[in-house]
Design a protein around this ligand. Structure first.
Ligand SMILES: Cc1cc2nc3c(=O)[nH]c(=O)nc-3n(C[C@H](O)[C@H](O)[C@H](O)COP(=O)(O)OP(=O)(O)OC[C@H]3O[C@@H](n4cnc5c(N)ncnc54)[C@H](O)[C@@H]3O)c2cc1C
Length: 354
């Protein structure tokens, strides 16, 4: 069977490695045409430490990629313990495909027909599959900045919702050596750069920020359930069937509340490799495994509706709390109900002084 993987990011690169372990050698294509300094798609590089076994599975050592741990983080005014850290994602992606030939171009429609199976691992682009049945994407702006502290306190890692109007949040992820990823994601926000500038200026008595690079992006927060179909079968000119099947963010394996997609895309690729070549079992396993994402998406839809202006319902608060617990973030339940996430802040505090 002839297989191609379009996209050598987190999902495609990892899948190539997993299939290689099964003796399957797909052809891999990636134009890597990203307008970023790191040559990768815009990303904060934050992951939970539970990513470790996924790397071990393909013989990689988590500690070779660890940039900085975030044992505690600021969630608006609340400090909570976390298992999160930042990883050198570009290095990880390079190492996934180190021993594999990657065609440094996108898979063309002419070439597509050469393959019995084409994996769409093109992330937000979803270049080969038909559109999601109900897509939802969150525009982002992220900067890599060098931070100089004037006092004794370092800039703390954090996620902030109360300085962002609308449905969105700002993140501060340390990358080591006083370099940080600071970014904003928000639906319906047109002034992401102004909001970032305001964040810097609010902290200007304690820190100076020097921008190293800046990139716009977008993350799919639709959830897998609303990102179907996961696969389509086509008939080629020769009359033989061809399957196009999605893996990773192309089929929505991203936490809708937080935009966290690295670990879920690794898991999605693992499900693909474990169920290969049974696409139905793959689809039902992905839908079952990430069923909670559907609920988070439904909360986002609620907030985006007129009705959502009435504030979070009990079920929305419960989903925020569950989200934090799932990520291993040590927020007490009552505080989580009150504070957790930009979204609650969004409806409870429309006047954020912006
Ligand atoms: C600003 C921002 C910050 C984020 N921060 C985090 C974070 O801190 N932690 C986290 O877990 N997640 C984060 N995410 C989400 C995370 O980056 C993605 O969910 C994750 O990388 C998805 O992996 P993927 O392999 O499915 O897609 P990608 O990593 O996007 O890889 C897709 C690949 O496909 C290639 N490609 C595109 N079109 C074609 C084509 N036609 N042919 C061939 N190749 C193609 C691209 O070049 C790319 O290399 C963030 C996203 C954004 C936008």
């Amino acid at each position: 069977m002839n297989i191609a993987i379009a996209g050598a990011g987190i999902a495609g690169g990892y899948l190539a490695k997993l299939l290689g372990q099964k003796g399957i050698s797909p052809d891999i294509y990636d134009g890597m045409d990203h307008d970023t300094r790191c040559r990768c798609r815009s990303c904060g590089w934050g992951v939970p430490r539970s990513v470790e076994p996924y790397l071990a599975e393909v013989g990689l050592d988590f500690s070779d990629y660890l940039l900085e741990s975030m044992p505690s983080m600021n969630f608006d005014e609340l400090v909570a313990s976390t298992p999160l850290c930042t990883l050198d994602k570009p290095k990880l992606i390079r190492d996934f495909t180190k021993d594999i030939q990657v065609e440094k171009r996108n898979l063309s429609h002419d070439e597509e027909g050469d393959y019995d199976v084409v994996v769409d691992a093109t992330g937000i682009t979803r270049a080969l599959l038909p559109p999601c049945r109900s897509d939802l994407t969150l525009p982002t702006l992220q900067q890599r900045v060098a931070v100089e502290q004037f006092g004794s306190e370092r800039l703390r890692a954090g996620v902030y919702g109360n300085c962002i109007p609308g449905l969105g949040y700002l993140w501060v992820f340390p990358l080591g050596d006083n370099i940080y990823h600071i970014g904003i994601g928000g639906i319906g926000l047109t002034r992401l750069d102004t909001l970032l500038d305001r964040f810097y200026s609010n902290l200007s008595e304690d820190f100076s920020f020097t921008t190293i690079c800046s990139c716009h992006g977008s993350v799919r927060v639709a959830s897998p359930y609303y990102s179907t179909p996961f696969s389509v079968t086509k008939t080629r000119k020769s009359g033989s069937p061809q399957v196009i099947v999605g893996v990773g963010e192309s089929i929505g394996t991203v936490t809708p509340f937080t935009g966290e997609g690295i670990i879920h895309s690794l898991e999605c690729a693992k499900i693909f490799a474990d169920t290969w070549p049974d696409y139905q079992r793959y689809a039902s396993s992905v839908l079952a495994r990430f069923a909670w994402m559907k609920k988070e998406r439904e909360t986002l839809d609620y907030f985006l509706s007129q009705e959502g202006r009435n504030g979070p319902r009990i079920r929305d608060r419960w989903r925020f709390y569950r989200n934090a617990r799932r990520s291993g973030i040590g927020l007490p339940m009552v505080e989580a109900f009150r504070h957790l996430g930009a979204l609650t802040q969004w409806v409870e505090g429309p006047d954020k002084g912006i």
